[in-house]
Design a protein around this ligand. Sequence first.
Ligand SMILES: C[S@@+](CC[C@H](N)C(=O)[O-])C[C@H]1O[C@@H](n2cnc3c(N)ncnc32)[C@H](O)[C@@H]1O
Length: 496
Amino acid sequence: MPTERDPYDAVAYPGHAYPDTHPDRMAVMGLLHGLEPAAVEHCRVLEIGCGDGANLIPMAYAIPGGEFVGFDLAELPVARGQRRIGELGLANIRLFQADLMDVRGLGQFDYVIANGLYAWVPEAARDRLLAICREHLAPNGLAFVSYNTLPGGHVRNMVREMMFAQADRIEDPAQKVAEALGFLRLMVEARAEGDPFRAVVEHELKRMEQRDPRVVFHDELAGAGRPVSFTEFADHARKNGLQYVSESVLPPPNDPCFQRRIVDKAEEMTAGDRIAEEQVYDFARMRMYRETLLCHREREVSGEMCVEALTRMRLASQAAASDGEGDVLRVFTLPGGIRMESRHRNTVLLMETLIEAWPRSVPFAELMETLGASGVEADGEFFKLLLQLVVARMVELHVWQAPVGGSISERPRASAVLRQEAVAEDHATTLLHAALLLNDPLVREFVLLLDGTRDRAELLAALREKRLDLSDANLAEGIEPTLRMLHRTGVLLGDG
Ligand SMILES: C[S@@+](CC[C@H](N)C(=O)[O-])C[C@H]1O[C@@H](n2cnc3c(N)ncnc32)[C@H](O)[C@@H]1O
C-alpha cells in the first residue's frame, strides 16, 4: 500500500534508461583517466534509489554475465520492477525496498549509480549516499553521482521559489504542477520580449513544459532540493574517501574548456588544481547539472586524457555518409542532424569503416588492421584526429559490445525488455541503452511480433491480422525499412 511519507509511492516517477549511467560509458571515462575499471561483461552494479528499475533492468538483460542490485525507499516502484524482472525471467538482478540510511554490507560493486538523488535529499542522506559509495566500491570501482550544481542552480532556485509561492498550499500533485507552471507563464508574460529576466525564466519554463508533469512534481516541487557548487561536491567526496575522476561524458565541442583564453585564465587562477579549474569552467558554463564519476581516493587519476587507452577500446559511429561538393570528400550526418564535412582521406576511411559496422563497434586493433591496408598508421596525428571525432560526437568509444546483430536475422528478434516496455509505453530501451520513441502504433505492433519465431512472410501475415485497415502492399513495403530502422537503433539481437 502507498505510504503517506513517501511521495514516490503517491506519484510514480517515470523511470527510464540513462545511457550515461551504463558501465560501458563509465569504464570508457575511467580508462581515459588512467584507471583500470572492471570488464563490463562480468561487472557488479549497484543502483541507489533505483526507482522501478527502468535503468537497471535493460542493463541486466543486455549484460547476462553481470550482476545487478538496486534498492529504493519507495515500495510501489520496487514492486513494479520486481514484477518486470519476474516476467522477463532475469536471474542476474535483484531489487529491494530500503532506506539508504539503513543499508549496509551489500558487498563490493564495480559500478555504483546514484542518479537524481544527491541534490534532492536531506544532508544526512547525502552523507550516507557517499559513504555507501565508498563502502561498496571495489578497489577499481567507479561511482556515478548526478546533482544540480551552481552557479546555474541559483537560477533554478529563483524559479522554484516562484513556483512554491503559487503552489505550496495545493495538495493535488497534478494541480500543483499545472498551477506552478501557469504562474511562471504569467511572470514571463509580465515582462517585455527581449528582457533578460524574461528570457531566463522562459528558458526554465520551456524546459519543464517538455517534461512529464510527474517529473516536474518530484524534481522541482517536492523535497529539499539544494544545488551544490562543484568544489563543495568534490570536497564532500574527498571527506568520504572518494575523488573526482571526470564527468560521465566528455564536454561537448562548444564547451568553454576548449576555448584558449578560458583555459589560460583557469590555469592562471588555479595553479593546476583540477577541482578549482573545473569550478572556473562551471562559472563559464553557468552550469546547472553534473553527472560526476568518483573513485577511491587512493587511486591515481590522470587529469590529462590518456590517449593510449584508445587502443584498448572499441569504436563506433552512427553517422550516415553522403557525397560532398568541391573539395569536400564526404559529408557525415548524425541522427540528430549534426553534420561534418570532411576533406581528409583518413577521416573518410575511418568513418566509413565504422559506419559499415554500425550498430556494432570495432575493436581498435581490428580497425587499424583495416585502415592499415590503406596506409593509415596509428601515429600521433591519427590519435589527435580520433579524439577530435570523439569530441565532435562523430565517433563513440566503448569497451563492451552490446548484443546487437551485425545484420538482420531471418527470424528477427527484438530485445525482450523493449518488447515488454512497448506493451504499455510509447518509448522503450534499446540494447544500446538508449530510448527509442515508439509513437507510431504500427511500428509498436510490429515490434511486439519480433520474438524470433517469424520470418518475413510470417511477420506480414501476423501484421495483416492485426491491421485489416491497411492494404497488403502497404504493410509489405513497410517491413524491410522498419526492420532496417530497428536494426540501426540497436533493437534487434544477434543470432545465437
Ligand atoms: C528523482 S527519483 C530518481 C529515480 C531514478 N534513480 C531515476 O533516475 O529515474 C529519486 C529516487 O530516490 C529514492 N529515494 C529518495 N530517498 C531515498 C532514500 N533515503 N533511500 C533510498 N531511496 C531513496 C526515491 O524513492 C526515488 O525513487
